[in-house]
Design a protein around this ligand. Structure first.
Ligand code: F6R
Ligand code: MG
Ligand code: MG
Length: 376
């Protein structure tokens, strides 16, 4: 029997703009998903991080199952009805203008799925990010799976000796899914050359080269560049299997202490440090900072253990204080330089319009030959 994990992040509306979903909204989605464990699903878990709800389902229908999508869609609709009744902000944000295929226009909920034969002691993590793009996982996952400075298992465990294969997606390629497979360690410079650009490239999958088993599935969705606006799915989710032939839980989560600057802070247009937070954490400061939560699970025949809240440990309080300083520091420079995303990835039309209007007011002044220093 193969178990499938389907993890989804969806924004159906929130309180205080885009800060957090209401308790009633989360519980109505949870109730609707739980109903489906009578037949279609084996188990489920529903929580929130920032203004998106994370849904994890276990089942035997494999990846890309229309039945599972329909069931989830039904839960989204129930949530939207509740959000509407409560007058939440941005009701149905991720399911409007889209359909059951979700990714058709680069919009829609973020989805990560993985199907595998369970190990006798299966263990995995669910990461949920708010206010950042799928490329926000690039650095921590690269360090956890490729770099022996961060993952000692690469030199200490014979099961990891052959390294890992990374599948990286070009999320700006419009027509189809464009991806490349690169092998660590021989391709690490090539990996770095792509993964440095979080707006264009995102890790989609990681596999063990020793066992060929899949370790990571991340919700990478193509972005659409419509009339100069990047439309796409931010706020990703990732499934990471751990231990044995994969890095240990601690090896995977340790690189998150860096709090790298990622794109997606305030209006999706600014850079902010990615702060590891406990489950059910809202955003606040400047609609952020970008946050990531991590739930650890055990699994037996599709049944989940209750989650362990990984970033709730006191060690991460120290990390959060340092990352809060990074957030305040970059905000001191407002709109200037690296505080904002490059023009090409700014999502809001306002800036595009200002620059288009100003473009007409620019004048080209040609240098007269007599003014030239070399023309004496
Ligand atoms: C960023 C985000 C928020 C909103 C901001 C403006 O991902 O969700 O920073 O962009 O609160 O929201 P609107 O345009 O809906 O008023
Ligand atoms: Mg939102
Ligand atoms: Mg969000």
């Amino acid at each position: 029997m193969k178990t499938t994990l389907t993890a989804v992040r969806v924004d159906l509306g929130a309180v205080g703009g885009h800060l957090q979903p209401s308790e009633l909204l989360v519980s109505s989605v949870r109730a609707s998903v739980e109903e489906k464990t009578d037949n279609l699903l084996i188990d489920c878990w529903v929580n929130f991080t920032g203004d998106d709800i994370t849904i994890l389902c276990t089942h035997e229908n494999g990846i890309d199952s229309p039945k599972i999508r329909e069931a989830l869609w039904d839960a989204f609709e129930k949530g939207v009805a509740t959000a509407g009744e409560q007058g939440l902000y941005g009701v149905g944000q991720d399911i409007r203008d889209t359909g059951m295929t979700w990714a058709a226009k680069g919009l829609g909920p973020a989805l990560a799925e993985m199907s595998f034969a369970e190990r006798p002691n299966e263990a995995f993590l669910i990461f949920s990010i708010d206010k950042a793009l799928p490329g926000a996982f690039n650095l921590p996952f690269y360090l956890a799976f490729v770099d022996p400075m961060h993952c000692p298992g690469l030199i200490l465990s014979p099961r990891m000796r052959q390294g890992f294969r990374l599948v990286i997606m070009d999320v700006l390629y419009k027509e189809y899914d464009r991806e490349i497979e690169l092998n660590a360690p021989e391709d690490i410079y090539n990996m770095a050359a792509l993964l440095r650009d979080q707006n264009r490239y995102a890790i989609r999958r990681i596999e063990s080269r020793s066992t060929d088993e899949q370790a990571v599935a991340s919700s990478t969705t193509r972005m659409s560049n419509i009339a100069g606006k990047i439309m796409g799915k931010d706020d990703p989710v990732a499934i990471v299997r751990i231990q044995d032939a994969f890095p240990a839980a601690g090896e995977v989560v340790a690189p998150f202490q860096i709090g790298p600057y990622v794109g997606g802070f305030m209006r999706g247009c600014h850079h902010g440090p990615l702060m590891p937070v406990p489950l059910s954490t809202k955003v606040s400061y400047f609609d952020g900072p970008p946050i990531v939560s991590c739930a650890a699970f055990g699994l037996r025949e599709g049944r989940l253990t209750p989650p362990v809240d990984v970033f709730e440990h006191p060690m991460w309080d120290h990390v959060r204080t340092r990352i809060a300083d990074k957030a305040v520091e970059i905000r001191r420079q407002g709109f200037f330089g690296n505080a904002m995303q490059p023009f090409e990835t700014i999502q809001y039309g306002g800036l595009v319009n200002i620059l288009r209007d100003l473009d007409e007011r620019f004048e080209i002044r040609r240098i007269r030959l007599t003014d030239s220093w070399t023309d004496s």
